[in-house]
Design a protein around this ligand. Structure first.
Ligand SMILES: NC(=O)c1ccc[n+]([C@@H]2O[C@H](COP(=O)([O-])OP(=O)(O)OC[C@H]3O[C@@H](n4cnc5c(N)ncnc54)[C@H](OP(=O)(O)O)[C@@H]3O)[C@@H](O)[C@H]2O)c1
Length: 254
C-alpha cells in the first residue's frame, strides 16, 4: 500500500537506538526524507547508512542533525536549521528515552529529575518548537513513543512510568488543542521490544514475560515502526488523534 509519505520530511529523535533505527528504516522504505537526531559522533549512524546502501537508498534521503535533547534551549535553533535546509517538518517522531529500574525508596532526587527531563520535558520542548511551523502549514503528525508502563505494571520503574504517563496525557491534551489546526498527535505504547533498553529486563526475568505474552514473542523494532507509519500517514490515520496505540503482543490483557 502506498502511504503517500514520499514527499514528507520526518524528524526522528532517538535514531541511534533500537526502535529509532527501525522507525528510520520504515520511513526510508516509504521514500520519505528523514532527519534523524543523534548525539556525539556522526559515525553512530553508520549502521543506518550501511543499511541504506544495502537497500539501494540514496544517502541524500537521510539528513542527520547532531542534537542532545538535554540542550532544551537549543531546540528552537535545531528546528530553524531543519526548516532552512528542508523547508518544512511534516512528521515528528519523539522516540528518544531512557528507563531506570530501581526500588522507589532508592531513588535519589536526581533520578526523578533525569527521568522527567529526558522522557517528558525534552519531548515537550521539542514538540512545542516543531508545532510552530506545523501550525503555519496547518498540517502535521506527531508520534510520541511512550510505553505500556505509562498505564500498566510499573513495579520498580516508578519514575520512568510516571514520566511516560505524562507523555500520554500530553498527547491527549495537545491533540484536542491542535486538531482544528490540522495537526494530529498520538502515542505508541510498546510492550517489551528487543533493544538495548529491554536487555536488562529480559535478562533478569528470563522467559517469564514472553510466556505471559499471548502472541508468544517479544516485539521487534519493526513492529513499532509499522505502527508509526500507520499513524503518520493521512491515508491510514487521518481521523485518528489523541490516541494511545498499544503494541505489546497482548501482554497488557493479562
Ligand atoms: N525497548 C523496549 O522494550 C521499550 C518498551 C517501551 C517503550 N520504549 C521506548 O521506546 C523508545 C526507544 O527505546 P529503545 O528501546 O530503542 O532504547 P535504546 O535502544 O536505548 O535507544 C534510546 C535512544 O534515546 C536516545 N537518547 C537518550 N538520551 C538522549 C539525549 N539526552 N539526547 C538525545 N537522544 C537521547 C539514545 O541516544 P544515545 O544512543 O546517544 O544514548 C537512543 O538513540 C524510548 O522512548 C523508550 O522509552 C522501549
Amino acid at each position: 500500500m502506498n502511504l503517500n509519505l514520499d514527499t514528507k520530511i520526518i524528524l526522528i529523535s532517538g535514531a541511534t537506538g533500537g526502535i529509532g533505527e527501525g522507525i528510520c528504516q520504515a520511513f526510508l522504505e516509504e521514500k520519505a526524507m528523514i532527519v534523524p537526531l543523534f548525539r556525539g559522533h556522526s559515525e553512530r549512524l553508520n549502521p543506518l547508512f550501511t543499511w541504506m546502501e544495502n537497500h539501494g537508498i540514496s544517502k541524500d534521503m537521510c539528513q542527520p542533525e547532531n542534537f542532545d535533547l538535554k540542550d532544551k534551549s537549543k531546540s528552537k535553533k535545531l528546528v530553524q536549521s531543519v526548516l532552512e535546509k528542508h523547508g518544512k517538518i511534516d512528521i515528528l517522531v519523539n522516540c528518544a528515552g531512557k528507563s531506570m529500574e530501581k526500588p522507589f525508596l532508592l531513588h535519589e532526587d536526581e533520578d526523578f529529575n533525569e527521568m522527567l527531563d529526558l522522557n517528558f520535558t525534552s519531548l515537550a520542548v521539542l514538540t512545542r518548537e516543531v508545532l510552530r511551523p506545523m501550525m503555519k502549514q496547518r498540517s502535521g503528525s506527531i508520534i510520541n513513543i511512550s510505553s505500556l508502563l505509562s498505564h500498566r505494571f510499573g513495579r520498580g520503574v516508578t519514575a520512568y512510568a510516571a514520566a511516560k504517563a505524562g507523555v500520554d496525557r500530553l498527547t491527549e491534551s495537545l491533540a484536542s488543542e491542535m486538531g482544528k489546526k490540522g495537526i494530529r498527535i498520538n502515542s505508541i505504547c510498546p510492550g517489551v521490544i528487543e533493544t538495548k533498553m529491554s536487555n536488562a529486563l529480559t535478562f533478569n526475568l528470563g522467559d517469564q514475560l514472553m510466556e505471559r505474552t499471548p502472541l508468544g514473542r517479544y516485539g521487534k523494532p519493526e513492529d513499532i515502526a509499522q505502527a508509526c507509519l500507520f499513524l503518520a500517514s493521512e491515508k491510514t490515520a487521518s481521523f485518528i488523534t489523541g490516541q494511545r496505540f498499544v503494541v505489546d503482543g497482548g501482554i497488557s490483557l493479562l
